[in-house]
Write a protein that binds this ligand. Structure first.
Ligand code: FUB
Length: 320
């Protein structure tokens, strides 16, 4: 029989050797929401908004974005605050959902904020030489403002940017609430190029995401409210789209579920948010991840939310 002190030392030793294996939610020190992701140089970068609302609050309190990175989808390194609402001098509040793309060695971060002068939400674009920032305003003005779209009367219909660069170099910005919209971007990534189009998908609420896997384009979004994650597939970045169904069920205590999808180190993943951190709820969300599987016909398998999250998937050559 082991003596108590020997056992205690052995257990302590094991704890020291064990890697910090994050399950879901990924971060437990702060509330996080609205994941955006980028795979760069064999490393996955995860951008989140920070939910700062108190338990009794009745609205979002979001002032900054945070960035984390991982070499294996299990251990996450915090890189701090790469930008906040003040990054955009023309914005006054609400660091809502964002997305990121890399072009010509620069990182372009598209972010929802509340405009100071033009009523309603707007989308800004910030740029950095590094995926972890710091980012600075790339235009000095919003790329999308509420007065540029007339499909609804609500002040929050121009939120949730999703940026996508196609094989031929054409970049697109998708976004919207109640009505999904997209516009082409110029190669400089900071100016729109042509008219704004709308896209009709079943029960669209918000949180559009566009990605490609193989030769198929996947347009996904949050449908209904409380939200489920649904998707369509198509032969191009602008469709035509064929509805394929729901891939993630709604949350229990929070009505939103905003997601992002990436391929990393030979596997595919979805990031989303739920309410599972203790004290969590509508305005106190927590970002989680799951492995995502494609069927041989290109459809996506339904993704149950788990407490374990993805298995460790160490990318060769990625360290720290
Ligand atoms: O976090 C604020 C808003 O809630 C986001 O912009 C939406 O996608 C929803 O998650």
């Amino acid at each position: 029989m082991l003596k108590k002190s020997v056992l205690a030392t052995a257990v302590a030793g094991l704890a020291l050797c064990a890697p910090a294996m994050a399950g879901n939610p990924l971060f437990s020190d702060i509330f996080t929401a609205d994941p955006a992701a980028l795979v760069d140089n064999n490393r996955v970068y995860l951008y989140v908004g920070r939910d700062e609302a108190k338990a009794e609050d009745k609205d979002y309190l979001m002032k900054e974005w945070r960035v984390y990175s991982s070499c294996d989808m299990k251990n996450w390194k915090a890189h701090g605050v790469p930008l906040n609402v003040q990054t955009f001098a023309w914005a006054k509040a609400d660091a809502w959902a964002a997305d990121i793309a890399k072009r010509n060695g620069k990182y372009y971060f598209y972010a929802t904020v509340e405009h100071k002068d033009k009523p309603g939400k707007a989308i800004g674009v910030a740029v950095s030489d590094s995926p972890t920032g710091p980012f600075k305003d790339a235009r000095g003005s919003a790329i999308i403002t509420n007065d540029m779209t007339k499909q609804t009367d609500i002040s929050w219909d121009d939120i949730d940017p999703a940026v996508f660069i196609d094989k031929n170099g054409q970049a697109y910005l998708y976004w919207g609430n109640q009505v999904m919209k997209y516009v082409k971007l110029k190669p400089n990534m900071i100016d729109v190029d042509g008219p704004i189009h709308t896209v009709a998908v079943p029960h669209f609420t918000e949180a559009t995401y566009l990605h490609r896997h193989g030769n198929t384009y996947y347009l996904s979004w949050s449908r209904e409210f409380p939200e489920l994650t649904a998707y369509s597939t198509g032969p191009s970045a602008t469709g035509p789209w064929t509805y394929r169904g729901v891939i993630m069920e709604k949350n229990e205590k929070v009505k939103t579920i905003h997601h992002a999808i990436v391929d990393f180190n030979g596997k595919s993943y979805i990031f989303y948010h739920n309410d599972k951190l203790p004290g969590g709820g509508e305005f106190r969300r927590s970002v989680a991840a799951e492995e995502l599987h494609y069927n041989p016909d290109g459809t996506i398998r339904f993704i149950p939310q788990t407490a374990e999250g993805p298995a460790a998937n160490p990318a060769p050559g990625c360290q720290g």
